[in-house]
Design a protein around this ligand. Structure first.
Ligand code: AMP
Length: 351
């Protein structure tokens, strides 16, 4: 899935198999994680992974980063960087973290699902129409079939819950359709997953342009990245667009710059944007408070990140352990799907 999103611990269905509710989500390695990703996706996932009765699987969706023109060296670097950043945030402790490409059951199941899906339903996906339209005929076939890989990502683990942003809602609906169709045609194998979206997640906007979302591709000085050094964080916040009114108030319409900083400060300190402003006078004080909180919040992430990238072999070992754990969970589903569809099992060729 492109977006991970906005995980929430609410609206969980009943636990399956008496064990736990299984949540699966992926993050595409297409850029450096910023504080918008942190408050909107990573921190909710950390909360979810720590909650009792929940088993969380998080993968770096490297295969999904290949549906459009990509640079191999960049993909390699961004995959390692994302994996290390998520580990540095603590996701490897309570969740199973792995690379999508390291668990072949994802692509193995994706092909089998393609054999149950129609061309028309793939071509109707809004994201395909938008992106393929922009590429005028040169769109990759994987852009068309991407929703079956996303369905496989989720169904292979018999996930109960998938955190999705609005952009992935249609793909999750297709996943549910494919799961139901398979179960009706070939026998009950898949769990039909539910979508989880929080009622209102803070949407952090660019510090330089409060009209635009803070995004992986937005201008570097409009974002604060999770591995930025304190001087870079201070400079980004210092140059944030605000206004000249010394009396701070939370008014997203009339004062979008101040509101954005208040939302970020509030999200990082567990307060409403309004109460985050209490006791502060002037944009300078707001910026100083935000810088301090950002530096303190990101300090441990940055130092763990530095340790991880200093030892690439250990990073790879940790990702390999995650992949082995995920593969063990995926294997029975894939075996059941193959058997249900009539594949004769003569064992696998060794690689
Ligand atoms: P992306 O790779 O940009 O799709 O982001 C991955 C996930 O991070 C999204 O699904 C959101 O949950 C979260 N996210 C991204 N940008 C922001 C933002 N500016 N504010 C809050 N959450 C965000």
């Amino acid at each position: 899935m492109t977006a991970t999103a906005t995980a929430t611990a609410t609206a969980m269905p009943a636990a399956t198999g008496g064990v736990s509710t299984r949540v699966v989500t992926g993050l595409k390695p297409t850029g450096r994680l910023h504080v918008g990703n942190y408050v909107g996706a990573v921190r909710p996932l950390l909360d979810l992974a720590r909650s009792v009765g929940t088993q969380t699987l998080v993968f770096v969706a490297d295969l999904h980063a290949m549906t459009v023109e990509h640079d191999p060296g960049r993909l390699r670097d961004q995959t390692r960087e994302l994996a290390a950043t998520l580990l540095a945030c603590g996701l490897g402790d309570d969740a199973t973290l792995f690379l999508q490409s390291a668990v072949p059951a994802h692509t193995g199941l994706a092909y089998l699902l393609e054999c149950t899906a129609g061309y028309g339903e793939m071509a109707r996906m809004i994201q395909f129409k938008e992106k393929a339209g922009a590429e005028r005929g040169s769109a990759r076939l994987s852009l068309l079939t991407y929703p079956t890989l996303m369905a496989a990502d989720v169904l292979v683990y018999r996930a109960d819950v998938v955190p999705v942003g609005d952009d992935q809602r249609q793909h999750l609906e297709l996943t549910r359709t494919l799961a139901r169709r398979f179960n009706a045609r070939y026998g009950e194998v898949f769990t039909v997953p539910a979508a989880a979206t929080p009622p209102s997640a803070a949407r952090i906007r660019s510090l330089r342009d409060p009209a635009a979302k803070m995004g992986k591709s937005s201008s570097a000085d409009g974002s604060v990245h999770l591995i930025d050094p304190p001087v870079r964080i201070a400079a980004a916040v210092r140059s944030a667009v605000t206004d000249l009114d010394p009396v701070l108030s939370y008014d997203p319409e009339l004062r979008p710059g101040v509101a954005n900083l208040a939302e970020l400060l509030g999200a990082l300190t567990g307060r409403t944007p309004h109460s985050a402003l209490a006791g502060l006078r002037g944009a300078g004080a707001l910026k100083a408070a935000l810088t301090e909180v950002l530096v303190e919040t990101l300090r441990p992430v940055r130092s763990r990140y530095a340790e991880l990238v200093a030892d690439p072999a250990e990073l790879d070992r940790r990702m390999a352990r995650g992949a082995a754990a995920a593969a063990a969970l995926a294997a029975p589903t894939l075996a059941a799907v193959r058997a249900a569809m009539g594949i004769v099992d003569v064992g696998q060729a060794s690689m």
